[in-house]
Design a protein. Structure first.
Length: 421
């Protein structure tokens, strides 16, 4: 019998499409086709090392006829928690995906420097170049209202940032973000630009941080009501949960425009971030089948909900919840999302058979990851701040003694325990 492989040798199946998982983001960068070999390395050694060290997927897309460049797809966690050295003694915190993207460019610069193309991988005064592809919908977010964001990034980094037409290897809906300047300046600008792209991920829908569904899907299509998301808890606390789930439709999101800038003159829009711990079992229940539940929570609240990748030596996972918010608004998408994520984790315990959660007087625990400097503020004035919060809410709040070094960022666990009454 003829070998089926030999029979099909001339017809290669298309490579599987790489799609970011919940909590991940993707970047598409370009490099000259002649540098691809140096980026991949002998038998893939270089790119494999980059993948391992950044915990990200790095994939070189197929070449496109008529283009001297190739697209590199980088997919990794979007949680900003890794300390990264920019050089010249400067450090910053980035996500796994951001670190992977920067290190891809560093490797490309090394390859080009070896070929004496005029680029280098270190030294503040050495010239460097990088190109990032972004969808047209993302460009407005990067540029900002009246060009305010891009002007600020140019000033703070010292790099030149331009928006150009995409090369032939890009898509019709793409634009090219070109960054040039000294190596250190380019790295700074790349971190800033990728931060905006990360907050406005490349998807088929509008970014969850700044948009809300204009119409609710019919029941049964996705878990969007309190009864769908919290079948047990909604019977105990129907007004609270239903208001949290449905009340966001009445929230004022008009303060954040599609380009990520506030429409008001107060300019009070900032990124609000919360980090919490949950068990691996709870994480699965919060994410849901094919990410259905976490997507519903993101759509309902307008916040981004990202999970750390699963690690074998930890029984807990980190959830990063963030949103661009108008600090003058009484509604907080990120805060609302924290409550709903926590409620969903409690619901997961009930689904796993821990029926005692349904008994009044049973304690439930929320664990937040809080930076040490913020914990210091909470403990200030002889602990009066924590005492007043506990008096107001009736919860038992403790700052655990140990300081965890999670994702290279020292944080304290603030444990909030409360009773079902």
């Amino acid at each position: 019998m003829q070998n089926s492989y030999n029979h099909r040798r001339g017809r290669q199946a298309p490579p599987p499409k790489i799609v970011p998982l919940p909590g991940q983001v993707s970047f598409r960068v370009i490099c000259h086709a002649s540098s691809i070999g140096g980026l991949i390395g002998s038998s893939g050694a270089v790119v494999s090392q980059l993948r391992r060290e950044t915990s990200s997927r790095i994939h070189c897309e197929e070449s496109v006829g008529g283009s001297d460049h190739r697209v590199i797809l980088v997919v990794g966690s979007g949680s900003v928690e890794r300390q990264f050295s920019l050089g010249e003694g400067e450090v910053c915190y980035v996500s796994c995906a951001q670190e992977a993207m920067i290190r891809v460019f560093q490797r490309v610069w090394e390859v080009e420097a070896e070929r004496e193309w005029g680029n280098a991988c270190d030294g503040e005064d050495e010239e460097a170049y990088c190109g990032v592809l972004a969808e047209t919908a993302q460009i407005g977010f990067v540029v900002g209202k009246g060009g305010k964001n891009i002007v600020r990034m140019r000033t703070e980094s010292g790099a030149k940032i331009r928006i150009l037409r995409p090369p032939p290897c890009g898509r019709k809906t793409d634009q090219l973000i070109q960054i040039t300047g000294g190596t250190l300046a380019v790295k700074k600008a790349l971190v800033a630009v990728s931060g905006y792209l990360q907050a406005c991920p490349s998807t088929d829908k509008e970014p969850t941080q700044v948009s809300m569904p204009t119409e609710q899907p019919s029941r049964g299509t996705s878990p969007n009501s309190g009864e769908d998301l919290f079948p047990h808890l909604s019977s105990l606390f129907p007004p609270m949960l239903e208001n949290l789930v449905r009340g966001v439709s009445n929230a004022n999101f008009s303060s954040v425009a599609g380009d990520g800038d506030p429409k008001s003159d107060s300019d009070r829009t900032e990124k609000v971030v919360f980090r919490m711990l949950c068990s691996n079992d709870a994480a699965g229940a919060i994410i849901g089948k094919k990410g259905a539940i976490v997507k519903a929570l993101q759509n309902q609240t307008g916040a981004s909900i990202m999970f750390e990748s699963l690690e074998t030596d930890h029984c807990d996972r980190i959830v990063t919840i963030s949103a661009l918010e108008n600090l003058e608004s009484q509604y907080s998408p990120a805060q609302n999302a924290v409550v709903l994520v926590f409620a969903r984790s409690v619901e997961a315990d009930i689904e796993r058979g821990f029926q005692s959660v349904l008994i009044k007087g049973t304690p439930v625990t929320l664990r937040l990851l809080v930076a040490s400097n913020i914990v210091y503020c909470l403990k200030d004035k002889e602990g009066r701040v924590l005492f007043e919060i506990a008096e107001l809410t009736g919860a038992d709040i403790q700052v655990l003694v140990e300081e965890l070094s999670l994702g290279h960022s020292p944080e304290n666990v603030v444990q909030v325990q409360m009773l079902f009454l």
